[in-house]
Design a protein around this ligand. Structure first.
Ligand SMILES: [Ca+2]
Ligand SMILES: [Ca+2]
Length: 320
């Protein structure tokens, strides 16, 4: 199938160094203006250190100079400094973002670090999948608003985002020193997807409102005539949909199946060592939508049907 080959195609690396977050972006700069403020800052820093060490839960931040937080645990629901909402993932030590990472989330990373991809985005048109000049995550070849899932991120790019967000929120004391953002493992993603045959349940084709998949709507648009779609299903989106456009699953998570494929943290024992799961607005073939199905790609691969979801590892307890 032409599309499958396209998804397997390699693209050039978009990896960029992640710069250390400057103090000016985290609200500390004013403290340097006079010694009085410096003394106050030192006092509160020492007080915070004493509190965090004395309560037996040093991994959790209690409060910060620029951001007031609640204690974090694997049972908490959590909203971070980018207004990304997280929900508990039962039986794990992580909170999963209820959305795929949005354009606005990735834009914050790009602005803070100077990230710019140096590759042409792999995009789909009626002539098939091709790398096309002039298209990037900022400007894919279809309309996106800031609440759409960011696309075209390589596994390396997604990892860089997680590392930057961890550093940012540890500096802000929004998360503890041993809490961090990362991609979900496959095991965690499978918990997020639920126990059914497909993320929406056991039936085929998916029921109305199941999510953003390659339904009959793609035939009305720029779709190669020899590519499959899910006959008998229809949604309103021929490419990405705003996150939260469909109902949540039982865990309160949106679009675990469909919208964009999601990178997982694991390595696969193959020459394309990174794993993605969940299907997307692309692919009509039934087996690709099974909860058990996964796809692999090199870690520098990117595509306009591929994004990522992050989890917050709260630490402290072992995975089951
Ligand atoms: Ca669709
Ligand atoms: Ca998805």
């Amino acid at each position: 199938m032409g599309g499958e080959k396209a998804l397997d195609a390699r693209c050039s690396s978009g990896t960029q160094k992640v710069h250390t977050l400057p103090d000016s972006t985290v609200g500390f700069q004013n403290m340097k203006r006079n010694k009085a403020w410096l003394h106050v800052a030192v006092f509160f820093a020492l007080a915070l250190l004493l509190v965090s060490c004395s309560d037996g839960d040093a991994d959790r931040a209690a409060a910060g100079p620029a951001f007031v937080v609640k204690p974090l645990a694997a049972s908490d629901r959590w909203t971070n400094t980018l207004s990304m909402v997280f929900a508990p993932l039962p039986g794990t030590r992580v909170l999963a973002c209820v959305w795929e990472t949005r354009v606005q989330d990735f834009a914050a990373f790009a602005e803070a670090t100077g990230f710019e991809p140096d590759y042409e985005l792999l995009t789909l048109r009626s002539d098939g999948w091709k790398h096309r000049a002039g298209f990037t995550w900022r400007t894919p070849n279809f309309p996106q608003q800031t609440n759409h899932p960011v696309v075209g991120m390589s596994w390396e790019d997604a990892h860089a985002f997680c590392d930057w967000l961890t550093e940012r929120e540890q500096q802000l004391l929004a998360i503890g020193r041993k809490q961090w953002y990362r991609l979900p493992t496959e095991a965690e993603w499978l918990i997020a997807a639920g126990p059914k045959k497909y993320p929406w349940g056991d039936e085929w084709p998916p029921p109305k409102g199941a999510g953003n998949y390659a339904g009959d709507e793609v035939r009305d648009n720029d779709w190669p005539t020899d590519f499959e779609n899910i006959v008998g299903y229809r949604d309103d989106f021929v490419r990405t949909a705003p996150v939260g456009s469909f109902a949540t699953n039982a865990l309160g998570l949106f679009d675990v199946g469909g919208n964009v494929w999601e990178w997982c943290d694991n390595q696969d024992a193959s020459d394309k060592p990174r794993i993605m799961r969940g299907g997307s607005w692309y692919f009509g073939k039934q087996e690709y939508h099974l909860t058990s199905y996964y796809h692999t790609a090199p870690e520098n691969f990117g595509s306009s049907c591929l994004g990522f979801r992050v989890v917050l590892d709260v630490g402290g307890t072992a995975n089951p």
